[in-house]
Design a protein around this ligand. Structure first.
Ligand code: BGC
Length: 837
């Protein structure tokens, strides 16, 4: 690896099959510097290959010279709904370049709010929502732009539009007094010239500020844009900014600044409407045919002052009219409404600092609009796509596509629960879905960034909040939970806080990445200590003997199983207490699971003392579960499907009770007519637990079920994303107030990957692969490809005239065991193979 001609690291020839996560062992890197690297490979067959790439560093030891500048316009008290928030503002700095021979120019930028950057009228890239959503008080990203080709000799202008974003959102704004609502910017430009000289352009009191045509922008309510207030050429040279106000210097922190890690949010697809129709109420409605997260781009030539209102929504009511399915939207103002007021010219408008969860849009306008004027812009964190899946069953294909769409919609700067109602980093949702997310996209950097925020948000007693970043109304909710819990210390909940262990562990399993385990180790350990401490120090409700009770984490504030179908009415819990009671089995088992993960992690990282301590404590927790939760007849304290699922899945059932626990699970399923009755926390394990007791047939029965509640019921109802609740419509077709775009139940894709495509592993990161497809009745074909860290893994099987044929692709530096349906087994190295049986 080199900096210009200086070699920073020469590994020499290394004989190894480690082709992933090789650590850098060279000299320390310098700030704001370009590096290039190349790698030469010789295979064991004598073939050679070479590749090279480059990267650059951000601020390492270098200090920021730029100053934080804030807007002189006071932030007004906000009101709910479109138009109730603060206007976005233009920030502008003019600077001269006298040397025409520019070698390299970079700008490092961040803000309080969200910004779009312009250089002399042009944006350097298409990222949106910079600096993204993090725990700003401890972790604020800055972005780096290569602007070498955008600068010119003479006058140049740097422009920023700054809107409210998460920083100033009523839902998310910090309750920390040091982080009051404001629009403020920080930028530092470094220009290197060919003659060896260099120059800095900094944010300082020369920055001028004006209000913009964006009169209000809010992540939930939407944007209000008045094109009559546009100031043509505001970010170009020659513009007269004398009426603009001077920026105010503010003494802000630099310690929380970190370079952006992971792909930015970008427009990733465009979708044209499927149809435009007039609803029974006479509304003009556009259907894009796909539920998604994003915005509408509209082209218009309306007369001056004409209003165009776009109301985004996920589903019409049962008659086909506009319907807002957001719970309590009337109170919260989450109306997903964008308003454009025409400047009287041909225009293209796309909202700047809001996004919506929608498939439909109601258009309100006094003038005629045409379907061709509208395009849906799909927005998402632009992670690399890792695979595809296709079978001979079109419903299963649709289920897979729905999962992918919910993933796109919810990997949006942070892992969110849904794009329309909350846009919040619920920890439970991502721990449920992490393995599937890793299968479909390269989310290692994305999840790494989020986990760093989990660490920032961990409380002093080790509790991990339910939502990360924990800000705004969720901070209040957390305080309320402390109150309910009774002793005012921070609380963490089973299945949510466990994300601290499950997410890094899933990342390690799927990629072989031990770096994330090293990075997260202290956070994981503090979380497990919190569990152990809470179990020990609070008496459980079950009145068990102390030697059992002290090892059962069934105390503290808990959510329990979320959205168990039989426990909900109209999309919400029938009785919160019943749901919370389900924590009697969820909490001890999730607590035990986290401690086991920690013990394994300690062993992988060579922390022997911790390994033996947490192995020992895991054994005690397991023993307490066996003696305290599973009765003589193999019954769990609550006769819920999920209770049996967890006990079986995690091998917690003593040998002599396995048969009876298995019978209870099957009984619960059959009493429920082979439909689903597991909530968020146990669904990921449902089909696997059936396979474990030898009932693959039942697992497929549940997967292929089309009656409600089931995965394919949603598909048959025309779902294009995964619903929050299988029961999202009443029997008469009226939508209930839940979201239609929650990825949690899409976790079934992980099972389909392992069972239908048959791709599994016997060593983390697919170092050792197991290929063993299970063939569902009536399927004749399945093909899946997955770009693992080692390279492409593919299985493609067909059944033709009773002959099972499979093509398999195994990447370099891995081996595979291929198990055929007739029982024959083949052991292979990397390469492409064909087998028949
Ligand atoms: C969210 C869920 C979340 C849950 C936890 C809901 O409002 O949408 O996805 O996990 O709250 O209680």
């Amino acid at each position: 690896m080199k900096k210009a001609d200086e070699i920073f690291w020469d590994s020499g020839v290394i004989e190894s099959d480690q082709s992933t996560f090789v650590p850098y062992c060279g000299k320390s890197l310098c700030s704001l510097t370009d590096y290039s690297w190349s790698v030469d490979i010789t295979t064991n067959k004598g073939e050679r290959a070479q590749a090279s790439s480059f990267f650059e560093t951000g601020f390492i030891e270098e200090k920021w010279e730029a100053l934080w500048i804030k807007s002189p316009y006071p932030m007004k008290k906000t009101k709910r709904g479109t138009g109730g928030q603060n206007p976005a503002e233009y920030f502008r700095k003019v600077f001269q370049i006298n040397n025409e021979k520019i070698k390299r120019a970079r700008i490092y930028v961040t803000c309080h709010g969200c910004y779009q950057l312009y250089l002399s009228g042009k944006r350097p890239d298409d990222r949106e929502f910079a600096p993204e959503f993090t725990l700003y008080s401890k972790y604020l990203c800055y972005q780096v732009y290569d602007i070498t080709r955008m600068l010119k000799q003479g006058e140049n202008v740097l422009g920023l539009i700054v809107g409210d974003g998460w920083y100033n959102s009523p839902n998310f704004k910090s309750r920390n007094k040091k982080f009051k609502p404001e629009h403020a910017v920080l930028f530092q430009m470094k220009i290197d010239y060919q003659d060896g000289s260099s120059e800095m352009i900094l944010s300082d009191d020369k920055v001028r500020i004006s209000k913009s045509p964006i009169l209000s922008s809010d992540l939930f309510a939407g944007e209000l844009y008045d094109a009559r207030l546009e100031q043509s050429g505001w970010s170009c040279s020659g513009f007269d900014d004398r009426s603009w106000k001077k920026g105010i210097l503010c003494n802000k922190f630099y310690d929380n600044l970190v370079v952006q890690y992971g792909e930015p949010v970008r427009p990733i697809k465009e979708i044209k409407p499927k149809k435009m129709y007039i609803s029974p109420k006479g509304e003009t409605i556009i259907d894009f045919g796909q539920n998604l997260a994003g915005v509408i781009r509209v082209t218009s030539n309306l007369t001056l002052g004409t209003k165009l209102i776009l109301d985004h929504f996920e589903t019409p009511d049962k008659y086909g009219n506009y319907y807002n399915n957001i719970f309590l939207a009337e109170k919260t103002g989450h109306n997903q409404r964008d308003i454009y007021i025409s400047g009287g010219n041909d225009a293209v408008y796309q909202p700047h600092f809001t996004y919506h969860g929608f498939r439909y849009v109601r258009v309100i306008c006094d003038e005629t609009v045409s379907i061709d004027d509208f395009t849906a812009i799909v927005l998402s964190s632009d992670n690399e796509d890792l695979g595809s899946f296709e079978t001979s069953n079109k419903d299963i294909n649709q289920l897979y596509e729905n999962t992918r769409w919910s993933q796109r919609s919810n990997l949006f700067s942070i892992p969110t629960d849904c794009p329309q109602r909350e846009k919040a980093g619920w920890t439970g949702d991502i721990q449920i879905y992490a393995r599937t997310a890793l299968l479909n996209e390269n989310v290692t950097p994305f999840l790494t960034r989020w986990l760093r925020n989990v660490t920032c948000n961990q409380q002093s007693n080790g509790a991990i909040p339910n939502v990360v970043p924990l800000t705004g109304i969720y901070e209040l909710l957390e305080k309320l939970n402390r109150f309910v819990y009774g002793n005012f210390t921070p609380v963490g909940e089973a299945g949510w806080g466990d994300a601290a262990c499950i997410v890094p562990w899933s990342m390690y399993q799927m990629t072989g990445n031990t770096k994330i385990l090293i990075e997260q180790y202290d956070t994981m350990k503090k979380w497990c200590n919190y569990i152990i401490h809470t179990a020990r120090n609070r008496k459980g409700k079950m009145k068990l003997p102390k030697e059992i009770d002290q090892y059962l984490w069934n105390t503290g504030h808990q959510y329990g199983e979320w959205l168990i179908p039989s426990q909900t009415v109209d999309g919400v819990d029938k009785s919160a207490s019943k749901r919370i009671n389900s924590s009697v089995y969820c909490a001890p088992i999730f607590g035990w699971n986290s401690c086991c993960i920690l013990a394994h992690t300690a062993s992988i990282l060579g922390f022997t003392e911790d390994e033996s301590y947490y192995t020992d404590i895991s054994k005690k927790l397991k023993c307490a579960i066996q003696n305290g939760l599973i009765d003589e007849d193999g019954k769990m304290p609550l006769d819920f499907m999920g209770a049996y699922v967890l006990a079986i899945m995690f091998d917690l059932v003593p040998e002599e009770k396995i048969e009876s626990v298995a019978k209870h699970l099957i009984r619960k399923i059959e009493e429920n007519h082979d439909c689903l009755d597991t909530g968020f926390l146990t669904t990921p394990y449902l089909l696997d637990s059936l396979c474990k007791i030898g009932r693959v047939d039942k697992a497929f029965k549940l997967l292929m079920q089309t009656n409600c509640p089931s995965w394919l019921y949603e598909v048959k109802q025309g779902a294009t994303t995964i619903w929050e609740n299988y029961i999202s419509y009443k029997e008469d077709g009226t939508p209930v107030k839940t979201s239609l775009n929650h990825y949690a139940f899409g976790c079934v894709d992980d099972w389909m990957f392992r069972k239908i495509s048959g791709i599994d592993m016997s060593e983390p990161g697919f170092k050792k692969i197991v290929i063993a497809p299970e063939i569902p009745d009536s399927f004749t074909y399945a093909k899946r490809s997955y770009m693992s860290e080692y390279g492409q893994i593919t299985t493609e099987w067909t059944i033709e005239e009773q002959i099972f044929k499979i093509n398999v692709e195994i990447p370099c530096n891995t081996t595979a065991v291929v198990k055929m349906p007739d029982g024959s087994i083949f052991e292979v190295g990397s390469g492409r193979y064909h087998f028949e049986s």
